[in-house]
Design a binder for this molecule. Structure first.
Ligand SMILES: NC(=O)c1ccc[n+]([C@@H]2O[C@H](COP(=O)([O-])OP(=O)(O)OC[C@H]3O[C@@H](n4cnc5c(N)ncnc54)[C@H](O)[C@@H]3O)[C@@H](O)[C@H]2O)c1
Length: 394
């Protein structure tokens, strides 16, 4: 079956005109129009072979957004002020982006704000969001939908008692005003109830609270998260494995990095702790420098002791473009979530751990082992596709 004749997969993005979302959409459409090759998508090569993963060019986009303006304006802004990609790619894509804009609808800002400012109950918010997803699925005759949370990360969150079980959450949903619910919880609830897979690329922990995970198991829906692992944190997690092999379990390493989002310090710090199996002396600091925009600059300093206790230091600087690093991961995650849906899997997609700073459903933080988990899963899936194909042809 050719890529274009396969049933189409819908990608519904929360925060659909944000930097990562816009870059992902522009990239997928640029590939579809032969304006750019597909780079950085790990499932595009040998890893994805024989699995009929949806082509990036065939993905259908839509989503929720709270900010005004068009997708084309957002893309032009990234090209001009953000210097993220060459703006000349936008002219041949203008019609595509305008069409996708028709499928970007207003989300709930605080879980309760209706488009006209009227107050909705949490159940009404969920009904509205679920209807948006059903409309998207129907309009494009989509077989499967993957919802990706690319909205602004919500502040640090302590899981309330009523988010621990599905029964308690559902009682609160019908009994209280939605102001006590984080938007990501309501988005995730509506998504899973509609049978769409959920990918929490943002660092918002409220999206995958225990009650939501229980709902996913109950509804037979796969989910993945939390907080996409791109750029410098990815490099750091690979280096942490090196230090574990080099030093064994008794020595310390100190890593320091300036970045842009304070709410993300915890999951960033947890990566090194998770790989080493102990808490090294670390200090992670993030500073927002407006003139750097999406071009994140990091300085890492690692000091360690070697043979005979001799002290040594490793330092590196990193400059990466956040959205350019994140967009191919979003495409990989959509393809893997689509595969999980097709295979009838539910619950945490531990095979996607290598894509996250705080992977759900596994404590494995070692990047090498995370990639091995992904490869084992893909091998198993390929085998069952072959067996299934043979059965069908008998
Ligand atoms: N390399 C990376 O860029 C990277 C890595 C890991 C995680 N992330 C996470 O991905 C997310 C997106 O990053 P970005 O750089 O595109 O951010 P951004 O600020 O450019 O985009 C976020 C978008 O979400 C929208 N939004 C905010 N609240 C919303 C709501 N309740 N409903 C619907 N839309 C809402 C905003 O209007 C905005 O357009 C962030 O949470 C970020 O922490 C990014």
């Amino acid at each position: 079956m050719s890529a274009e004749s396969r049933p189409r997969t819908g990608v519904w993005i929360i925060g659909a005109r944000g930097a990562v979302a816009t870059t992902t959409i522009v990239g997928a459409r640029a590939v579809a129009r032969d304006l750019s090759p597909l780079r950085g998508v790990t499932t595009e090569g040998a890893r994805g072979e024989g699995l009929s993963l949806p082509a990036a060019s065939a993905l259908v986009f839509g989503g929720w957004e709270v900010r005004a303006g068009s997708l084309l304006d957002a893309a032009a802004d990234l090209a001009e002020s953000g210097r993220i990609f060459d703006g000349r790619v936008l002219e041949p894509l203008a019609v595509d982006l305008e069409e996708i804009d028709q499928d970007i609808v207003r989300g709930g800002t605080r879980g309760v704000s209706a488009p006209c400012g009227a107050v909705e109950t949490p159940t009404e918010v969920i009904e509205r969001l679920a209807a948006d997803l059903r409309g998207f699925r129907r309009r494009h005759a989509l077989e499967r939908v993957v919802v990706v949370n690319l909205a602004t990360t919500e502040p640090i969150f302590t899981t309330p008692e009523d988010h621990l079980t599905l029964a308690a959450l559902e009682e609160s949903l019908t009994g209280r005003g939605a102001a006590v619910f984080r938007p990501s919880t309501l988005y995730a609830y509506a998504t899973i109830r509609e049978g769409a897979a959920f990918v929490n690329f943002a660092a918002s922990p409220a999206a995958l609270v225990p009650a939501i995970r229980e709902l996913a198991e109950h509804e037979g829906v796969p989910f993945a998260g939390t907080d996409g692992k791109t750029g410098e944190t990815l490099v750091k997690s690979a280096l942490a494995s090196l230090f574990r092999e080099l030093l064994g379990n008794a020595d310390g390493a100190a890593l320091s990095e300036p970045e842009v989002k304070a709410a993300k310090v915890e999951s960033k710090d947890g990566v090194v702790r998770g790989v080493l199996g102990y808490s090294p002396e670390t200090s992670v600091d993030i500073t927002y420098v407006p003139s750097l925009g999406d071009w994140k600059t990091a300085w890492d300093l690692i000091h360690f002791q070697g043979f005979l206790g001799t002290r040594m230091t490793m330092q590196f600087t990193w400059q990466g473009c956040d959205s350019i690093l994140a967009a191919p991961l979003v495409i990989d995650l959509v393809r893997l979530a689509d595969l999980a849906l097709r295979r009838g899997e539910s619950g945490p997609m531990t095979q996607a751990a290598c894509f996250f700073k705080a992977p759900v459903g596994t404590q494995e933080h070692d990047l090498g082992r995370q990639y091995a988990m992904l490869d084992r899963y893909l091998r198993r899936s390929r085998l069952s596709a072959v067996v299934g194909g043979k059965r069908a042809s008998l």
